[in-house]
Each structure stands twice: as C-alpha cells, then as structure tokens.
Design a binder for this molecule. Structure first.
Ligand SMILES: Cc1ncc(COP(=O)(O)O)c(C=O)c1O
Length: 440
C-alpha cells in the first residue's frame, strides 16, 4: 500500500481527535509505519524525533526490549480477564509498586489503587469517588472547585472540572455543578508567580467561605496546567489549596495524568510542594507510552467510606470492560522497574535542567514572549503572526525531522524522559531555527 493510498483511505473513513477535518488533507498527514528508540518512521522511510513523546506518554523511547518482552511474556500467560469479582498477579503487583512511590505524610497516604483506561476515565472515577465518599459519610456536597485553564480530559465529568474555553464552552449546558477560580499560571505583566499564587488562593478562600460546605473536591493539575499552555505556577498555590480543602472538609484531587511518573523531574509533581493529596490520578507515562492504562490512588479514609453490606449501596459502582488489563499492567510493571533501575526520574530532572539551559537563549528573540518549564515539560510561547503560528513552527520542525505539537501559540517540548544529548541538541536547534524563521 502506498502512502498516497493510505492517506486517501484515511480521508475517506477516519475521524481524528482534536483535528479540524476541513484542514486535515492540506496539513499533509503523516502515515507512521514503525518506531525505533526515540524515532518514528513514516511509510516513506523518513525518520522523525518523537519530541512530543507521542503526546506526553513515552518514557524510554519506542521498542524497548524489556517492555516488549514483558508484554510478550504476559501474552503467553493471560491476555485479558475481567477485574470485576476476580483478580490477577499483574494487577496486584502494579498496585503495590505504584503505592510504594506515592507521596505520603504522617496523617495521609494513598493505600488503594483503582484502575481505569485513559487519563479522563481516571479523573472521572476520582471525582465520582470524592462525591460518593462524602455522601456516604452523610455530607451533601455536590460541587467541585476547579481552576480556569485546567484540562482533565474529554469525558463530561472531566470537562466539567476543566477550564479551557475553546475546548469546553460548548458543553457547559450539560456539565456538573462547579465553582471555578482563576488560573495561578496567568499573571498580569510584571507580577511574580508567588504573588499570583497568593492572589488566586485568596480568591479560592473567599469562594470556599461561601460554598466550601458544599464542595466535595478541589481538583487541580499540580505545578503546571499542561494543556492550558504549560502554565506553571508557584508551589504555594498547591499548599494553599491543600489547606483550604482541609479547612472546609473537601478532598484534594491532584490530577497527575500529565505530570506523574517523572515528567516534572520528581515521580509526582505534588512532591515539589510537599503536598499529599487525597486522590491522585495518573495515566499517560504509566505504561511508558505502550498501552492505555490509568489509575486513581486513594487514601484509606476514602476507601473505607465505601465499605458496607452488599445491599448497603455503598459499593463503587464503576468500572470498565478492560479495567486492569493484564497486558497493560505488565507493561506498567516493566516500566516502573526500568525507571527504578535506570534512575529515570533523576535523569528526567537533569534533562529538564539541560532543556532549560539550551532554550534560555530563545528568550532573546522578539517573537518569543515567555518560556515556561518544570522538569521536562516545556512551553515556548511565541507572538502570534497569523492564524496558526504555533502550528506553522511545528510543521517546519516536522519537515526537518522533529515531531512536536503546539498548544495554540505555545510550542511544546515534551520528549521521552530518556532522551539523549545528541537528540536534545537536534530538538532545540531545530526549534530555534523554526521559531526564527516564523516569528523572528
Ligand atoms: C492533566 C491531564 N488530565 C487528564 C488528561 C486526559 O488524559 P487522556 O487523554 O489519556 O484521557 C490529560 C491529557 O492531556 C491531562 O493533561
């Protein structure tokens, strides 16, 4: 099959996510055929550095022998069975390994893992858990407090606690009841991140004084609102939200789908603030970018709110056909083992610092308005010079063999955590050239 044939058949039958199909054909779709290490290879044999980590999921690169073998071994033993009413070794082992990494303090620590599929379905489970746990403890709390510019996925519960106008406003009439605070990552000119954190926490405090008794959960993306444009914020924001949730008897949900599993240079982003959430969601990098698997890490207090007799109605009536799929769990176990063996989190922290050093010079360009980064998660905001400035920069990078994807006019660099020095030089050099060409 030629590339032209495949593109024509795609155009005739496929509907892609987050894609404006009236532009799709003109945007010269790439047809990816295979992958090796940090590179994706198209059907014409062109190689592309996967500098967006296949949408923020890849950890060690592609075709990693240890993960390939783990999946193959699992395939030879058990492909899939339901997790409703029975269990299996990969599901158990992965839960233990995840909990061993979870942040915890003297009074709060995750002790239970609930599996889901994609990031959005983990968020969906977490916000249902928060509401139901409170209800079963006799508290009527039908509200969520969430943050403008937030993104938690595309199912309706996750959209309800989101705050990106472009993605979410259409659905407002059919969403859950929420109260939204301003983004701690959107500062006025000259305002420091610390001052902005204090300002937004004060806004949240005022809202909670009125509505706090009805809020079951405060939902945040810790340290960086990723899809909102890599909007980083001061750790004081997270500490403030933790304190407010405690004060008003609400749970704190940390959505670590993007930030978790090392992406910010710590295993969990909440570690930057020394905050322990009641519920943590993770996904994306959990299987190193191989297979869809996400999870909610919950405290014992929340878990216990669901205990009762079979007819008590206290069960968490929530699950999926493929909950805890053994192949996904095997990939995740192999990933966590590799991360421990290779100190991938430490390497990610160093990679992040190197990205910071190499991109610092870009700030001098007139066309670059701000560079934001935590760990390896980097956003380079450029001044708009047309309808799709960020996209134009990324298309040029693609023509030079580097795959990145913008968020509006923010050029995002989010490479696999194991990216080597030469590939990093290629990435930053290419991005610099393309930014210079498009915005000067
Ligand atoms: C913070 C956060 N939560 C949830 C999601 C949704 O994850 P998924 O696309 O796997 O449903 C994303 C995706 O980018 C995310 O960044």
């Amino acid at each position: 099959m030629t590339t032209e044939d495949l593109v024509a058949r795609d155009l005739a039958s496929v509907w892609h996510p987050f894609t404006q199909h009236s532009r799709w054909a003109d945007d010269r779709p790439l047809v990816i055929d295979r992958a090796e290490g940090m590179y994706l290879i198209d059907t014409d044999g062109n190689r592309y550095l996967d500098a967006i980590a296949s949408l923020w999921v890849n950890v060690h690169g592609h075709a990693v022998p240890e993960i390939d073998d783990a999946i193959r071994r699992q395939l030879g033993r058990l492909d899939h069975t339901t997790f409703l009413g029975l269990t299996h070794e990969p599901g158990i082992v992965l839960a233990e390994k995840l909990l061993a990494t979870a942040p915890g303090g003297a009074d709060r620590r995750a002790t239970r893992v609930f599996y889901a599929g994609d990031g959005a379905s983990a968020v969906e489970a977490a916000i249902k858990m928060a509401f139901q746990a409170k209800a079963q403890n006799g508290e009527d709390r039908p509200l969520y407090l969430h943050v403008a510019e937030g993104y938690h996925g595309d199912t309706l519960g996750a959209v309800s606690v989101g705050g990106i106008e472009l993605f979410h406003h259409t659905y407002r009439p059919i969403l859950l009841d929420t109260v939204m605070i301003s983004s701690p990552g959107v500062r006025s000119p000259g305002q420091s991140a610390a001052d902005r954190a204090i300002e937004v926490v004060a806004e949240a405090r005022a809202l909670m004084e009125v509505q706090g008794h009805r809020v079951c959960a405060v939902v945040v993306e810790p340290m960086v609102q990723a899809a909102g444009g890599m909007l980083t914020h001061d750790a004081e924001f997270l500490r403030g939200m933790r304190a407010l949730a405690d004060q008003h008897g609400a749970y704190l949900v940390a959505d670590e789908v993007a930030t978790g599993i090392g992406r910010t240079g710590t295993m969990w982003a909440v570690e930057h603030a020394g905050v322990v959430p009641d519920l943590i969601t993770c996904g994306k990098g959990l299987t190193a970018g191989y297979l869809p698997l996400s999870a909610v890490l919950a405290t014992e207090e929340i878990y216990e709110a669901f205990l009762g007799t079979s007819d008590s109605g206290r069960t968490f009536f929530h699950g999926h056909s493929y909950t805890a799929n053994p192949l996904c769990a095997a990939a995740a176990i192999a990933n966590l083992d590799l991360m421990a063996d290779r100190d991938t989190v430490g390497r990610a922290a160093r990679l992040g610092e190197r990205i910071g050093e190499l991109t610092a010079g870009l700030a001098a360009y007139d066309g670059v308005s701000e560079i934001r980064r935590i760990g390896t998660m980097t956003g380079i905001e450029v001044r708009s010079v047309g309808e799709r400035t960020g996209f134009e920069i990324c298309q040029r990078a693609r023509d030079r063999g580097v795959l990145i994807r913008p968020l509006g006019d923010v050029v995002v660099l989010m490479p696999p955590l194991a990216l080597g020095d030469d590939d990093l030089d290629l990435l930053v050099g290419t991005v610099e050239t393309c930014i210079r060409e498009v915005v000067g």
